[in-house]
Design a protein around this ligand. Structure first.
Ligand code: ZN
Length: 536
């Protein structure tokens, strides 16, 4: 087995970006420009790590990079003044006027035999330069070489899309702070910058809200069942032993951790469906007196929906969102809006009264009205809404950012209406789907997205003019956790498809090529495994 993989490694070398036989360049996502040069830089105990103009609000970068350096090279860095040395040094410099083309996230990186120089307009660009540098060590690491060698090259790099995200559902199964941080580290390693944190759903409410303590004392807990497919409802004698939630202190810690890695967090509070956990805690917000419980399996279609005719429901959402807005610095909050089955609204006197009072054309219009109320509230408190594409229609008036999970048609309609768009279609970005033949894989959500299929994702739908294209912010992968109940399983479903996603949202299309990517991914797969991650 060992010999087979070694042979595979040797045969892959020729396919990669660099041509140096023993030390290829295997960066993911593939940089915009990468010119391999002869020779290599040797990093050792005497190497100096120097920062230039990394000061003020950017100074956290020094600590983050020092830690990464220690972790990646197993050497405590010598810190020094960049101007005093010319050889055996790694110089990282922020120069606000370095190169307009690089924007806020790009960088240049030059590895010479005697020194390494990275420059960027911003701290974020420099952070990505260092992520690239870490990856240049992978072949050496896999070969278990005693020295640390980085192949010589000139790299110029910047992203194709500003929004490069990954989503994690912590409701269907709970994942704690340690795993969320690991997830953020993986995102940062692949230059992703938006973490979509799915905090509420039928299966558990996962964030402390001071004004509604039962959301977490009741709504975060359910019986522990062996499999997700156990459909029968919660029984009166079952103990509520499975669950968990994030305290505000933990949330602040995670926000800080992500910020140091240049990742913004978008919290999601689902409105008005996917709310069994809310109704288990606060049954007065339902249209009926059904005994709602935190859901334990895949009830379909979900019956739970918040009563849109009840003013207290609106007040509830506003208070919750005020607390969420106070915690999260990023301007965007995701307010759900998907799969809201409105059967209850059709027979609820309060909802019907609201439809009559507001002269709305039925239940779909009632949902639009509700989402608009929330949207306006967010504007008042200085935030902006992201909504799932279920809201998209030819006559939509809502100007929120739309997250398209259903496919490019909704994205095109929304772009023509002038809404900003993030793509995460089920066809390419649902990493809870199988990645190979289901008969040979652990149980997962129906659907198949192989690594190769994931790699064909292009966030830009065809048929948009230049003006409409500007509304495509980027894309993300979604990790729904129906069948993912441990960190190991989450890693297995995420890796290496995350590599594909990162290249789809970062690399220009003319720098994307499946065989070349596949060869580089083989190195990453082995590196991730070496780091103890359960990469498929
Ligand atoms: Zn109602």
């Amino acid at each position: 087995m060992k010999h087979t993989s070694l042979f595979l490694l040797c045969s892959l070398v020729l396919l990669c970006c660099g041509c140096h036989k023993s030390n290829p360049i295997v960066i993911i996502p593939n940089p915009v420009e990468c010119t391999p040069k002869a020779g290599h830089f040797t990093l050792n105990q005497e190497t100096f790590l120097c920062f230039e103009n990394v000061e003020g609000e950017d100074s956290h970068l020094m600590r983050t990079i020092r830690n990464l350096y220690q972790e990646s090279f197993n050497i405590t860095p010598n810190l020094g003044d960049g101007s005093s040395r010319r050889s055996n040094r790694i110089l990282l410099e922020i120069n606000k006027k370095w190169d307009d083309k690089l924007g806020n996230e790009g960088y240049t990186l030059t590895v010479r035999r005697r020194s390494v120089t990275a420059r960027a307009n911003t701290a974020q660009g420099l952070f990505y330069a260092f992520q690239t540098l870490r990856q240049m060590r992978i072949p050496d690491l896999l070969a278990e070489s005693k020295s640390i060698t980085l192949p010589c090259a000139r790299i110029t790099d910047y992203p194709r899309f500003a929004y490069r995200g990954a989503h994690l559902d912590v409701s269907r199964h709970f994942f704690d702070t340690a795993f969320v941080k690991e997830y953020i580290d993986l995102m940062a390693a692949y230059k992703l910058n938006k973490f979509h944190w799915h905090l509420t759903d039928d299966h558990g409410w996962r964030i402390q809200i001071d004004q509604f303590p039962a959301l977490t004392s009741v709504g975060a807990w359910r019986p522990e069942r062996k499999t997700w497919d156990t459909l029968h409802p919660v029984q009166p004698d079952e103990a509520m032993t499975y669950g968990g939630f994030f305290t505000k202190e933990q949330v602040r810690d995670i926000i800080q951790y992500a910020a140091e890695r240049h990742i913004d967090i978008i919290p999601e509070i689902e409105i008005p469906g996917h709310c069994s956990a809310i109704l288990a805690a606060y049954p007065q917000f339902a249209c009926d007196d059904y005994p709602y419980t935190v859901a334990v399996g895949p009830y379909w279609p979900p019956k739970a929906i918040m009563c849109a005719g009840n003013d207290e429901v609106l007040e509830f959402y506003k208070k919750v969102l005020n607390e969420v807005a106070e915690l999260f610095p990023y301007p965007y909050i995701h307010i759900g809006g998907d799969e809201a089955f409105n059967d209850n609204w059709q027979v609820c006197p309060k909802c019907q009264q609201r439809i009559a009072d507001k002269h709305l054309d039925g239940e779909m219009a009632l949902q639009q009205w509700l989402m608009d109320q929330i949207d306006q509230h967010l504007k008042q408190i200085g935030k902006k809404a992201i909504i799932w594409d279920d809201i998209v229609s030819d006559d939509m008036v809502n100007k929120s950012t739309i997250m398209c999970w259903q496919g490019p048609e909704a994205a095109k309609t929304a772009a023509k209406h002038g809404n900003d768009i993030i793509l995460c279609p089920t066809s390419h970005c649902y990493f809870n789907f199988y990645q190979e033949d289901p008969s040979k894989e652990p149980l997962a959500m129906t659907g198949l997205i192989t690594l190769e299929k994931a790699y064909t994702f292009d966030p830009l739908p065809e048929g948009l003019d230049k003006e409409q294209q500007k509304h495509i912010l980027g894309g993300q992968c979604n990790l729904w956790t129906e069948f993912i109940n441990t960190p190991e399983q989450a890693e297995y479903m995420l890796l290496p498809r995350l590599c594909a996603l990162s290249e789809c949202v970062w690399t220009p299309t003319d720098r994307k090529e499946w065989r070349n990517f596949s060869a580089r991914t083989e190195y990453h797969r082995q590196m991730l495994k070496k780091l103890g991650l359960n990469c498929r």
